[in-house]
Design a protein around this ligand. Sequence first.
Ligand SMILES: Nc1ncnc2c1ncn2[C@@H]1O[C@H](COP(=O)(O)OP(=O)(O)OP(=O)(O)O)[C@@H](O)[C@H]1O
Ligand SMILES: O=P(O)(O)OC[C@H]1O[C@H](OP(=O)(O)OP(=O)(O)O)[C@H](O)[C@@H]1O
Length: 232
Amino acid sequence: MVVKLGVPSKGRLMDKTFEWFSERGVTLSRAGAEREYSGVVDGIEGVELVMLSASEIPRELAAGRIHMGVTGSDLVRDKLASWENKVYELAPMGFGHADLIIAVPKCWTDVDTLDDLDAAAAAFRARHGFRLRIATKYHHLIREYFKAHGVADYQLVDSQGATEGTVKNLTAEAIADITSTGETLRANHLKILNCDPVHRSQATLFKSRMAHWTDEDRATLAELCRMMGLDD
Ligand SMILES: Nc1ncnc2c1ncn2[C@@H]1O[C@H](COP(=O)(O)OP(=O)(O)OP(=O)(O)O)[C@@H](O)[C@H]1O
Ligand SMILES: O=P(O)(O)OC[C@H]1O[C@H](OP(=O)(O)OP(=O)(O)O)[C@H](O)[C@@H]1O
């Protein structure tokens, strides 16, 4: 058998993933042309590279179609119910840092905390007859967070990209999204609520608990972890 390693197929996460493995003696590269989604692994036998969208890697790990995968810790937590039962965190990788935050229009001068948001949401509902809309793609993490913090009078509206634009476009009153430099929030006249981030994300190497691991695969994993200085 062969151990399938899923890595992001493009962008900064892919480049940094290649660098991270290379610093540890394993060279990952694309098989052929720049747009070809298969890869080559040098430095260890028995590992096959699978190039995937970062957002699909949690699902592939949970289905056991890949044995290991690199993706953001935010995506695993949001997309997999009881994620700890399906995957195991082998290593935080130290890049792809982003905070999942809640932001409201800068001009809402009386809304700075979660309590303020809860009060504003109740007032909004009384006034408009529908719940305050929060645009996000992180549905599970945001619902759990609001439940834990007693925020109730809201509805989530799905936004799979350009989420900060939904407030100006009048499809939401507030947003929940990741930020790293804060540039996109500033450019869209939004401010972060004064509370802990919902999640502090970074790229992470996960092992699937759902994949079929032969003895040979386990030996390959042990060798890989030895090279990387990780516990398997
Ligand atoms: N601005 C950013 N700074 C740091 N990390 C980011 C940033 N934007 C996204 N990320 C992280 O990268 C991961 C998502 O990467 P990306 O957007 O490439 O995946 P994707 O949604 O699968 O893309 P696509 O579907 O277009 O292939 C998430 O874990 C996220 O936390
Ligand atoms: O704090 P910043 O450095 O400005 O980064 C934050 C932005 O980066 C991500 O978007 P991405 O570029 O992945 O595009 P998207 O809107 O299509 O998700 C995220 O959704 C924010 O919009």
